[in-house]
Design a protein around this ligand. Structure first.
Ligand code: AHG
Ligand code: MN
Ligand code: MN
Length: 336
């Protein structure tokens, strides 16, 4: 790409050419991007900024909070609450929704986020990220409640993530394809570095936490057993495995070169649908994957069709290269 296009220029041009990005939504995305830049600065400081280690608290899901989980959450809230574009926010790290304080004007958008994904990787200097999802509040009633957030992922008006890795990258979709931006630290701005991102429909790379294999159900065991059997097995090809333990970074790899990511249901907690969160992780990342020509299911249904019933709902996730997601989903459906 010879001519450098900043995120701001990209958003304005999209608005002008396609009329697809209302002014308030553009402001929202710019504010989120600015917050991500601030989070990136904290992440980069590491031990020098006293941002590593645990915060000594637990979140609503009973997980130990890291200092950076809390810092990232606060940065996103502070950046977004005063601009007038939001009605409310919800975060993996907060039990209840966060209303825009009365002293600020209110907008019609709802913002959901996983402020820091891949928390177990913070202290070991491995890629982590921020995932976000944007919905529009249903018209016709004043105020905002948790119910306003319980919309299927297909209603998202925008979704994206920022990866804090060797490069800081922002990936975005407004339901019209996927674009990627790289942070230019000298200029302090995100620069467009990939457009019309496409995930190859076939792959020979899977991402799953293999240490849980004995806890999976039969269709899941079958799918991975067949991959592991390699060139002399039923798939007649060898597979490679990658597991970063930051879903956001695994999905970034899949958007870049293909692959399948799976976090399945397992027997240890049969009443829990999965580990990952529908509103903060599965929905935004499924939206991006579908926008890039991939697929995303919970093993039975399309993730974006699921009707959420709770803010912190969990879900099994299988997403990435279309033919592999179709195969593992078919194995689950055949077993019923
Ligand atoms: P979070 O840090 O937001 O709690 O999410 C961590 C998630 C996801 O990013 C990752 O793929 C998965 O948990 C890692 O799970 P394992 O510990 O089983 O590897
Ligand atoms: Mn997460
Ligand atoms: Mn998180």
């Amino acid at each position: 790409m010879s001519q450098r296009i900043s995120l701001t220029q990209y958003l304005i041009e999209q608005q002008r050419e396609h009329g697809s990005i209302p002014q308030e939504l553009r402001l929202l995305i710019e504010v989120v991007a600015r917050a991500c830049k601030r989070i990136a600065i904290s992440v980069n400081k590491g031990a020098l900024g006293d941002v590593l280690g645990t915060a000594g608290s637990e979140n609503i899901q009973g997980e130990v909070q890291k200092k950076l989980d809390i810092i990232a959450n606060e940065v996103l809230i502070e950046a977004n609450e005063w601009g007038g574009h939001l009605a409310a926010m919800a975060s993996e790290e907060m039990e209840a929704i966060h209303l825009v304080p009365n002293r600020y004007p209110k907008g019609e958008y709802l913002l959901m986020f996983d402020p820091l994904d891949g928390s177990s990787n913070i202290d070991v200097n491995v890629s982590i990220g921020t995932i976000f999802s944007v919905l529009k509040k249903a018209e016709g009633h004043k105020g905002v409640s948790e119910d306003d957030f319980l919309q299927p992922g297909s209603s998202q008006v925008a979704a994206g993530y920022c990866v804090y890795g060797p490069q800081t990258t922002l990936t975005l979709s407004f339901g019209n394809g996927v674009s990627m931006f790289t942070l230019d630290r000298e200029q302090g701005s995100f620069v467009l570095t990939a457009e019309n991102v496409r995930i190859p429909v076939d792959t020979q790379e899977f991402a799953i936490n293999m240490s849980n294999q004995r806890h999976w159900d039969t269709p899941m065991q079958r799918y991975i057993d067949e991959c592991l059997a390699g060139v002399t097995g039923p798939r007649a090809k060898d597979f490679n495995m990658r597991w970063i333990a930051s879903m956001v970074a695994d999905v970034h790899r899949i958007l870049t070169r293909g692959g399948i990511f799976i976090y399945p249901w397992d027997k240890r907690e049969p009443h829990r649908a999965g580990k990952l969160r529908l509103l903060y992780e599965a929905n935004p990342l499924s939206f991006l994957v579908e926008q890039a020509g991939g697929a995303a299911t919970n093993g039975r249904q399309r993730i974006l069709d699921l009707q959420p019933t709770q803010l912190h709902e969990r879900v099994a996730v299988m997403l990435g290269s279309k033919h592999e997601v179709e195969r593992v989903t078919a194995y689950h459906l055949q077993a019923e």
